[in-house]
Design a protein around this ligand. Structure first.
Ligand SMILES: Nc1nc2c(c(=O)[nH]1)N[C@H]1C(S)=C(S)[C@@H](COP(=O)(O)O)O[C@H]1N2
Ligand SMILES: [Mo]
Length: 199
């Protein structure tokens, strides 16, 4: 286990089997943003689910906060090769937002304040696999990490966890997002090292 940094020595067993190939663990929390950090006041924040026929359902901040909250503790994996174990978040399961949404869509595009997009097969956002989170480690999510709220899809590389998320657009056909259109893998499973197109 010589890929572990000194800080992790002595308790590597805790993380055994949890480090995907080609990754190293870190305790820091790097910031990776393709552009400037949008400042979105919670009073102006909305989260909108749009279906393939253009029907939209929107939640304000207060409405989102009134939904059942979950506290996932998950490992996250960035395609730039850092992984971070046991990150603690608070937010709403994507299942909750999609409960009453009728759709035949198989694909979703996460849309963000600032214009970033990323695509995920809809079923990979369901069944407890993804959240809209607004707290990290017991504190409101800082803007540089996507506050007031971001998507959290921990089983895929972290570029799928859209910061400053403002909605999900459901589509019948797959549509590559910002990094996917720029050469990142369309799917992004860290355990299969789906880093770039062709991996
Ligand atoms: N809106 C938006 N979301 C984004 C990004 C971005 O540039 N804009 N970068 C992605 C990438 S490439 C990564 S690795 C993670 C980084 O999240 P962090 O800055 O909280 O570590 O956010 C993802 N979500
Ligand atoms: Mo990234």
């Amino acid at each position: 286990m010589n890929s572990f940094s000194p800080g992790f020595r002595g308790r590597t067993h805790r993380f055994e089997g949890r480090l995907p190939p080609g990754q190293y663990p870190t305790e820091s929390f790097p910031v990776l943003s393709a552009g400037p950090t949008p400042r979105v006041p919670t009073e102006a924040w909305t989260f909108t689910v749009t279906t393939e026929d253009g029907r939209a359902r929107a939640w304000t901040w207060d409405e989102m906060m009134a939904l059942p909250q979950q506290e996932p503790t998950v490992d996250i994996h960035c395609v730039t090769r850092w992984s971070k174990f046991d990150t603690r978040w608070r937010g709403v399961s994507v299942d909750t937002f999609l409960e009453d949404v009728e759709t035949a869509a198989e694909y979703a595009v996460a849309e963000c304040y600032g214009g970033y997009t990323t695509n995920v097969p809809l079923e990979e956002l369901l069944d407890g696999k993804a959240w809209v989170v607004h707290e990290y480690d017991g504190h409101p999510l800082p803007p540089e990490h996507g506050g007031p709220a971001r998507l959290l899809v921990p089983h895929l590389y972290f570029w799928k966890s859209a910061k400053w998320v403002r909605g999900l657009r459901l589509e019948l056909q797959d549509e590559p997002g910002f990094w996917e259109a720029a050469g990142y893998h369309n799917h992004g499973d860290p355990w299969r090292e789906e880093r770039n197109w062709g991996d």
